[in-house]
Design a protein around this ligand. Structure first.
Ligand code: ATP
Ligand code: HSE
Length: 467
């Protein structure tokens, strides 16, 4: 990703972040007021001002102020707050450079609290130093993802309930066995992204990369706009970390996200692969950060997956370096609108929220993507709340809502997703594009280790994959 792309991601992501943050704060008002006067971000008058505030909260020296007031609670702030509180509990000066704050603020700590924090902090220190056991074999599951969702170019994406499974084991020679989607096209040499991920993991561990055997049962459509490359990167990274016996510092660092973004270049697929759900990610000038965007309950994702591949590198090549101001204004409003609609559950606003002028029209003008516009119109006419080009395409995703429980228990005529899938197939046929539809749901969870050898379980503490 070049600097221009990164700047665009920052602006779009920051605005969407401001919207999400405003909603988040609304839900946290009770907690904030219980802690005392809240420097409410809700009072921020413009999206731009809110975006500046987001940035200052995450990176300025005022961080401790905001944290102590309970205005925000984010994973990467836990570490700093904990350190400050422990230091205060221990009676140390807050001004010797370590706490990063030095405001002389009184933190609400009693003896029990201090002991608990001290204990937690000790555990955290052990985690940082911990040299985990190297392992011989590991199985990892990684989800498909649908990025961009219209205007969230390079910054927004959601994880889908389509999982690939990768087994990695130490071997006397390098080998990749690939089954399922893309088995005829995927490179089986060291350029495979599973290997790229694994190499990054061993590098992070400071260990030489041993010969590994990879077996991938791939259910994520290959090079179709459903995040097959990000899933492969994360499978390699996670599997590699487990084999290397290296645990990343997660508190305050989101280190796995940094490693994955360094390879992929943007967080819109890799963040939902790691954390699940819908994720909004930006680069804050120092590192990649991401936040969960709540999804409305009961939504389904209807995918039309063409029977041809569309490489992201080709789909990016059609985009110009410069964006017209009116197109930027159009898309900035839409990403804010989309995040607001998702967070608030107002599915009626999803349609406008998924409109875009940054990449979708440019890509849809290509002959290979001629199905995109007719299909979006057909899906919406058939009852979808919205539809958009998934990732860099050529897959089109439509969102339907109102589902509850298992769809196979629902009367066919009441199933909006089926009507939408049929309409998408008809639209594809009308422009002579072949493919299939796939009906799925977002998944709340991200990539996970299914099992490892030797096992993780010991004594009475057991884990599902080890049972
Ligand atoms: N194990 C792998 N799985 C998938 N793609 C791989 C793998 N290893 C290497 N690649 C490369 O990544 C490319 C696919 O990534 P690409 O970004 O084009 O599609 P995608 O990730 O499926 O879609 P999108 O990023 O738009 O959601 C392939 O052309 C291939 O060169
Ligand atoms: N945001 C990316 C997604 C695919 O990697 C793009 O649209 O090119």
């Amino acid at each position: 990703m070049d600097n221009k792309d990164r700047a665009a991601t920052l602006v779009v992501g920051a605005i969407a972040g401001a919207v999400a943050l405003s909603l988040y704060n609304k839900t946290k008002t009770a907690r904030s007021s219980a802690r005392g006067s809240a420097a409410s971000l809700n009072s921020t008058s413009t999206p731009a001002a809110a975006a500046r505030k987001v940035d200052s909260v995450s990176s300025s020296d005022d961080e401790d102020d905001d944290i102590s007031r309970g205005v925000l609670l984010r994973p990467y702030e836990h570490d700093k707050r904990m350190r400050a509180r422990i230091r205060q509990a221990a009676g140390a000066s807050k001004d010797d450079g370590e706490s990063g704050g030095g405001h002389g603020k009184e933190y609400p700590v009693d003896d029990d609290d201090a002991q608990r924090l001290q204990r937690t902090y000790s555990i955290r220190e052990e985690v940082v130093r911990e040299a985990a056991m190297e392992r011989n074999r590991v199985v990892v599951r990684v989800p498909a993802t649908s990025a961009n969702m219209g205007p969230g170019f390079d910054c927004l994406g959601m994880a889908l309930s389509i999982w690939s499974e990768v087994t990695m084991e130490r071997s006397d020679k390098f080998e990749i066995v690939f089954e399922g989607a893309g088995f005829e096209e995927v490179p089986l040499d060291e350029t495979n992204l599973l290997v790229t991920g694994a190499k990054a993991a061993f590098k992070a561990a400071g260990k030489a990369m041993p010969p590994l055997r990879y077996k991938c049962v791939n259910r994520i459509p290959y090079a179709r706009g459903m995040g097959s490359s990000s899933a492969a990167i994360l499978a390699g990274l996670i599997g590699g970390l487990v084999l290397a016996g290296h645990k990343l510092p997660m508190w305050g660092a989101e280190e796995l996200l940094q490693l994955a973004c360094e390879i992929e270049g943007h967080p819109d697929n890799v963040a939902p692969v790691i954390y699940g759900g819908c994720q909004l990610g930006i680069h804050n000038h120092t590192r990649w950060i991401t936040e969960r965007v709540q999804l409305p309950p009961g939504i389904q994702v209807v995918l039309f997956i063409p029977n041809f591949i569309g490489k992201t590198s080709d789909a990016r090549a059609v985009l110009k370096d410069q964006v017209d101001r009116k197109d930027a204004i159009f898309s900035i409003g839409r990403i804010a609108w989309l995040v607001l609609a998702l967070q608030s559950g107002n599915v009626n606003n999803l349609r406008a929220g998924c409109e875009d002028k940054m990449h979708q029209p440019q890509r849809a003008r290509q002959d290979a993507y001629k199905h995109v516009n007719p299909m979006i119109e057909a899906a919406i006419a058939a009852g979808a709340d919205t539809a958009y080009l998934s990732g860099s395409g050529p897959t089109v995703a439509a969102i339907t809502s109102g589902a509850a429980g298992d769809i196979f228990l629902q009367r066919t005529k009441e199933r909006v997703d089926k009507q939408v899938a049929e309409a998408m197939l008809q639209a594809a046929a009308s422009v002579n594009v072949g493919g299939e539809t796939f009906i799925t749901t977002p998944t709340d969870g991200g990539a996970y280790v299914v099992s490892a050898e030797p096992k993780f379980s010991e004594g009475a503490i057991r884990y599902p994959g080890d049972v």
